[in-house]
Design a protein around this ligand. Structure first.
Ligand code: FES
Length: 560
């Protein structure tokens, strides 16, 4: 590699070239720049390291590996941090209102640093639900040569447990099936170290989606956080970012409409999280690709669910890694004509080229089903509409809980109210638990309802109680659940006027969710509805509530 002046310094040259820029160079020398570094492209490395959560506790170590790889291709790495939060820790608590907000804060903060510091390229590392789409949104907005690195999945806990096992243990304790001593034993052994929650929950879903999108290196979404493969993935990022820089390949060249269709296809085939709907819509919006919730319906008609992974299935990401990860299923999808093989990826090859040499899963494996024996013949992610959700809602229907649910409304104006009722035994078979004023504006922050869904499961009511909300669900939630109901209650959507005892029909075959009251009655209730006082009036949550858009459009905050 040469150390003569590199012409690929589109942004950094403005900051460091010429005698007038001596002050900037002087400051950069103090953070480790040498003469030759001013002739190299600068690569910002956004680390989401934090002691806040096991998902990100190891990220700085990975960022150091990335930096070595970047330096090795004659570019100058500059590591900087952004924030992160943990959904697994904040769940069931008012603080969870900050979770989806953090996606925007992360996107804003990465955009702010890169926009200000003049980096020529960007590598982001993420390992938790919100920091991953946050990183992608920032890369899309900045549109400089970029790639994403997933922090990797956690190893299984004792007896194959994970974080959802702990939530469900709490529910089992509430119904008297598990002692406190047993719950604490699970608490102490379910999370054995660094890494993202181990099922096909939101982090592993988004990692798979981002790889299918072409924005991370092949195979990188199916690696354990603590593994030689993950370290190698980080080191290889240097070569990839050098290729992207030299060819001026930007996120907008990779994150195309077809690439998003690939991402949606992979999410469905792996039985991924409902949060993928929200995040992929927001990422597409950031890069200027037209994508709507109805695209999930269209693609979902032709893509089956093939992976028996938690939360609905039995296996963890670590089990999938043992049999070859996500690439063999992507190859099967490609061979079946369900993926666009000519989409470009960050290593300079097309998706089809990356998958060309991939071997199929070993015979006898039980995690990935064949096309003729799918777990579900079409998508588990259903976009429902109807009198309760005129602009859409998102349901996760594995099929195990049935395709239709009719029940009586039990209405709660917050997650806390619902939890008190579920844990006290007041929610019974045949109820549809309605949790409202939990949408992006209402909460604010669109909290996840992992605690209520886990408590319902824990009480053994998984197939007998449905839950609907204008909030959202954790990737770990399962059962008959419908979230993202829009318009949300806080803006006067029909969910705001449901009354206790109303009949609600959820029909996942027709993709409908309806409130069985007459149109006239509905109109009267909507006319009488008055918006409540906002829950929060100052600070980041109040700013978020003012700027955030509908969940059916990705809940973005910069669409004015
Ligand atoms: Fe971070 Fe689950 S809480 S991946």
């Amino acid at each position: 590699m040469t150390t003569k002046d590199d012409t690929n310094r589109k942004y950094s040259s403005v900051l460091v070239d010429g005698i007038q820029k001596a002050p900037a160079r002087s400051m950069l020398r103090a953070v480790g720049f040498e003469d030759k570094d001013f002739q190299r492209p600068q690569v910002g490395i956004a680390s989401t390291w934090s002691q806040v959560t096991p998902c990100n506790i190891h990220i700085n170590g990975l960022a150091d590996e990335v930096a070595k790889g970047v330096y090795g291709v004659d570019a100058k790495p500059v590591i900087f941090n952004t924030i992160t939060i943990s959904d697994g820790i904040a769940n069931g608590y008012q603080g969870m209102k900050y979770s989806l907000v953090s996606r925007e804060v992360i996107a804003d903060s990465v955009e702010t640093v890169v926009g200000c510091q003049g980096f020529d390229a960007l590598i982001t590392l993420g390992g938790c639900d919100k920091n991953m789409p946050g990183c992608l949104i920032a890369m899309a907005r900045l549109d400089r040569p970029s790639l994403f690195i997933y922090g990797g999945t956690i190893k299984p806990g004792k007896n194959h447990t994970d974080i959802v096992s702990v939530f469900e243990a709490v529910g089992a304790n509430a119904r008297g099936d598990l002692s406190e001593v047993e719950v604490i034993a699970i608490e102490k052994s379910a999370i054995p170290g660094p890494g993202s929650c181990g099922g096909m929950y939101t982090a592993n879903t988004m990692a798979s989606a981002i790889e299918a999108l072409g924005m991370s290196l092949p195979g990188s979404s199916a690696q354990e956080a603590v593994s030689a493969e993950k370290r190698t993935d980080c080191q290889h990022a240097g070569q990839a970012i050098r290729w992207l820089i030299e060819n001026n390949v930007k996120p907008s060249d990779i994150m195309t409409r077809q690439a998003f269709e690939n991402a949606i296809t992979v999410v469905i085939a792996f039985g991924g999280s409902t949060n993928a709907v929200l995040h992929l819509l927001a990422m597409a919006d950031a890069v200027g690709v037209e994508l709507t919730i109805d695209d999930f319906t269209e693609i979902g008609k032709r893509v089956p669910v093939l992976a028996d992974l938690r939360p609905s299935g039995r296996y963890l990401m670590s089990d999938l890694i043992e049999i070859g990860g996500i690439a063999p299923l992507m190859k099967r999808l490609l061979d079946k004509g369900l993926l666009h093989g000519d989409c470009l990826t960050v290593n300079g090859k097309t998706l089809a080229e990356n998958l060309a040499g991939v071997e199929d899963y070993p015979p006898g494996q039980k995690i990935i089903m064949p096309f003729d024996k799918p777990l579900k013949a079409d998508s588990h992610l259903r976009i429902l509409r109807g009198s309760l959700a005129p602009t859409g809602a998102v349901a996760k229907i594995s099929g195990q809980e049935g395709m239709k649910f009719t029940g009586k409304a039990r209405v709660f104006n917050s997650e806390e109210e619902s939890m008190a009722a579920i844990l006290s035994g007041a929610v019974v078979a045949g109820d549809v638990v309605v949790i409202r004023y939990e949408g992006p504006k209402g909460g604010p922050g669109m909290r996840e309802m992992l605690s209520p869904t886990s408590a319902i499961m824990g009480r053994g009511l998984g197939n007998e109680v449905a839950l609907i909300t204008d909030g959202r669900f954790s990737g770990g939630s399962h059962g008959f659940v419908v979230g993202h109901i829009t318009p949300e209650a806080m803006v006067g959507g029909p969910i705001a006027v449901i009354e206790d005892g109303d009949t609600i029909v959820i029909d996942a075959e027709k993709d409908e969710i309806n409130l069985l009251v007459s149109a006239e009655e509905m109109q009267q209730r909507l006319s009488a509805w008055q918006a409540p006082e906002p829950n929060v009036k100052r600070g980041v949550l109040a700013k978020y509530a003012k700027t955030v858009g509908s969940a059916s459009e990705g809940a973005v905050t910069d669409a004015f």
